[in-house]
Ligand binder design. Sequence first.
Ligand SMILES: Nc1ncnc2c1ncn2[C@@H]1O[C@H](COP(=O)(O)OP(=O)(O)OP(=O)(O)O)[C@@H](O)[C@H]1O
Ligand SMILES: Cc1ncc(CO)c(N)n1
Length: 567
Amino acid sequence: MTSSCPTQFPPSSTLPAAASVPRVLSIAGTDPTGGAGTAADLKSITAAGGYGMSVVTALVAQNTHGVRDLHVPPAEFLAAQLRAVSDDVTLDAVKTGMLGTTEFIATVVAWLDDVRPAILVVDPVMIATSGDRLLQPEAEQAMVAFCRRATVVTPNIDELAVLTGSPRATTEDEALEQAARWSEETGVAVVVKTGHLDTLTVTNTWLSPDGSRIAVPSTRVDTTSTHGTGCSLSSALATRLGRGDSPADALAWATDWLHESITHGAALRVGSGHGPVDHGHRARRLQAAASSAPWIMPDAVPHLLETPADLGAPQAGDHGRNVTVPAPAVAPPGPWTAALWAAGAEITAAIADSDFVRALVDGSLPQHAFAFYLAQDALYLNGYARALAALAARSTDPDAQVYWSQAATGALTEEAELHRGWLGSADHTGAPPAPSPVTAAYTTFLLATALGEDRAVGVAAVLPCFWLYAQVGAALPAVPAGHPYSAWLDTYRDPGFVTATEQALAQLESEMAAASPAVRAAAARAFLTACRHELEFFDQALRLEPGGGAALLATETDRPELAGSAR
Ligand SMILES: Nc1ncnc2c1ncn2[C@@H]1O[C@H](COP(=O)(O)OP(=O)(O)OP(=O)(O)O)[C@@H](O)[C@H]1O
Ligand SMILES: Cc1ncc(CO)c(N)n1
């Protein structure tokens, strides 16, 4: 019998203290379709950087449409599972989900009395999104009492009403007020989730017993893929807290990660009801970003370009998609720039389709990512200005000399605007922002190319910054009042920028026409490489952890209405 197995292992306390990978136990019910319960918890713990463990309360025959049947093993077996884990493993955090019955709650309480994990996140699961009961009605009061033992509880709006003995809140303020009262009375923190309210923004607010609040808003995703969102949020939160994150960083990480997971849930095509979220989306995105595959394969561009047609069809690249060439917002003035546009189509499409641009436009881009992006943009513009000045120095045609000199001045003016209107002068450690690897690689490439290669190659390298930026600007929709990044988005619509892009395109068209076939090929490679740097530059902001090296904005509040001057 498992329950009589002697504890012949070294006690957990003799093992090394908390690893950087937090050891997180989920105590929950199952979902064989993998979207909620234990499966969601383990995926979320892994995604949040933890080592996940799982004690099963009830076996649930459910899918994306609802619950069909339940099998509840004897409470002794729950106790045996709990003991098997804690006799052997030091726990950095525990998260509870479906506990089902009064007896199960009592079993977990008895175990907690003994084990006392530093972090206990209680998701007081009562009723599933499908409307099915996951907690016996007579166990509700036991669950309410159990919540008092938590570090933090994560009720949805209906569960908050039961917890606080109040009518169902109809507004966020009402929910916050209910939670604040309960938190002050019990000394337990509450995360108020407005997913079940009819609001455009879904806000997760951490309320501490002392009345302090941390609000993490995110845009509502229009999707039915929300099965298991509560399980996923609480597990990710437990993991980040178990790792030592502050409540603010833990909640920001969990909310932003979940938002990405919800956004991409429907693409999984799992089930025809309320589908799961894509817990692994972020990991796959980061894995792709870490690939060391060359950006431009040797056969992507022929060694000699005699005519524009030699450049051939769009390259499939590492995304491997069929590419339709997007219409250029700023038209190519001749056949060489037209051929370059077609060759870079896949990267241009990837930028338009990127999570960064989507999040900037829908307002869900986390503030720390936005601040990081702006700080890196300022550093980038300084390097870019030097590359443009190098082209001015290397030009012999008077119009080209004037054009590149003015472009260099323009980039420095933009950099100054960023500092004056948008950025603080130092990050939270007091240090001035430093270039990221992506920014450094891009500016180093531009300078090396503008100074060390034929001039046409340098001109091809600096063009994507004009052309792809103008492309993003032209595709931006009008955003509603109150959008957190509306002032910044306005800066993309500057007509002066389109004129500068047209002039840069004219420069490249004539440089390409005059260059040798070998130099043209090198220029095409430089153009494609710079397009890829542009994609990386946007994407890099979504590879940053909250608190991980982001510069401060000039106006600093939680995802502020940004004040700033247009560039
Ligand atoms: N449509 C949505 N758009 C954006 N975020 C959402 C959406 N739905 C849920 N979320 C996120 O998921 C979190 C949890 O959602 P919700 O409040 O619906 O939990 P829940 O009812 O406990 O979930 P469930 O019982 O389905 O597991 C929210 O706080 C929010 O961060
Ligand atoms: C096992 C389990 N826990 C929680 C939920 C809530 O989504 C669910 N559907 N199933």
